[in-house]
Design a protein around this ligand. Sequence first.
Ligand code: NDP
Length: 331
Amino acid sequence: MNWLLVGASNVAHEWIVSAIRNVGDEVTTIVSGNLERAKDFANQHGISNFTTDLKQALQNEEIDAVYISSANSLHFEQAIAALKAKKHVMCEKPMALNISDAKAMISQAEINGVVLGINYHLRNSALIKKMRELIAAGSIGDVLTIRFCHAVSLPEKLQGWRINTPSEGGVVLDITVHDIDTLRFLLDDEPVSVNAMAQTGLISHNNVSETVMGTIEFAKGTLVSFFDSFTAKHFQTSIDVIGTKGTLLAQNTLTQQPVGTLQLNNIDGSQSINIEHENLYITSFEKFKNAVENHGQPAATGYDGLRSLEVSLAVQQAIANKTNVLTVAGE
Ligand code: NDP
C-alpha cells in the first residue's frame, strides 16, 4: 500500500515511517502545516512528495491509506477528509476531542467501506497479549483488582502542547486513554464508572493536568487504580493484577519499546513468563494491512477509540467537577 502521512511529528519520525516500510508498504507523501517542516521530514526519510495541501494530496488515486499523527485537535477534520476520499485511515489517539466527532469518523468509514484503526500500540505488546491470554485461561482466577502505574518523566522535546494546551494536552488524553484501552483489552470488559484527581503546575501551564490518580470500576466488578504522570523521575511503569487464585505482575512494559518482564504467582508457585518481544508498531501496521487486504479488523478499531475517549472524558470531568470526591473535614 502507498501511505500518506499527516503530521511531521516525533512519533512518525521515530517509529511509524520505519514500521510502514517494514511491512512492505511505502510512504509516498508527507503533509504538514508548514512547508519547511514537510520538506525537512521528506528529505530526512526519503519521501518523494511533501505539501501543506491535504485536500489536493488526497486526490491522488495512488494513495491507499493515511496515517494521522498531527496535533490532537486536528485528528477529526483530517480523518474525515481522508475517509471521505475513500482512504483507509490509521489515526493516532485520542481519535478526536469529543464523542460526536469520534462517532462521525466511525460512520464515515462504514459508509465508504474503508478501514479505520486507532494506533493503540500497547495492544500489540507481546507481554500484554500474554497477560490477556493468561487471564482468559483462568491462571489467576477472576480478576478482583488492578494497580496500573503509567507514570513517566516526559522528555523535554515532548514538553510542548502536551503540558501547555488545555483543549488537547494533559496527561489524561495522552496517557490515561492508553490505560483504558489496555485495560479493556486485558479484561475483555467495559468500564462503567470512574473517579479521579489531578496535579498541575510542576512542568505544566494553564492548569493542564500533569499527574492523575483515579479509580475505574468495570462491568464484571474489577476495580482498577490508575496513576499516570509526566513528572515521575527514576520510576518504572507496572501493571499488578490480583485475581481470586493468583497474581500477574508486569514491570516496565508501558512504553513504546518492546520490553518488560512478567511474573505469574499462583498455587503452582512463582514463575517468570518468557516473552518474545516484538516491535509494537510493526505489529500494529501488519494488523492494519491485514485488515485492509482481508476485510478484517485492525488491532484497535474506531469503536475502541470511541470507548477510550468516552472514559477519558469522564475522567477529565471527574477531575474538573470533583464529582464523587468527598472533602474530609479536619478535627
Ligand atoms: P509532535 O509534537 O512531535 O507533533 C505534533 C505536531 O506538532 C506535528 O504534526 C507538527 O505539525 C507539529 N510540530 C512538530 N514539530 C514542530 C516544531 N518544531 N514547531 C512547531 N510545530 C511542530 O507530537 P507527537 O509525535 O508526540 O504526537 C503526535 C500524535 O501522536 C499525538 O496525537 C499523540 O497523542 C500521538 N502519539 C501516539 C503515540 C503512540 O504510541 N500511539 C506515541 C506518541 C504520540 P505539522 O504536521 O503541521 O508539521
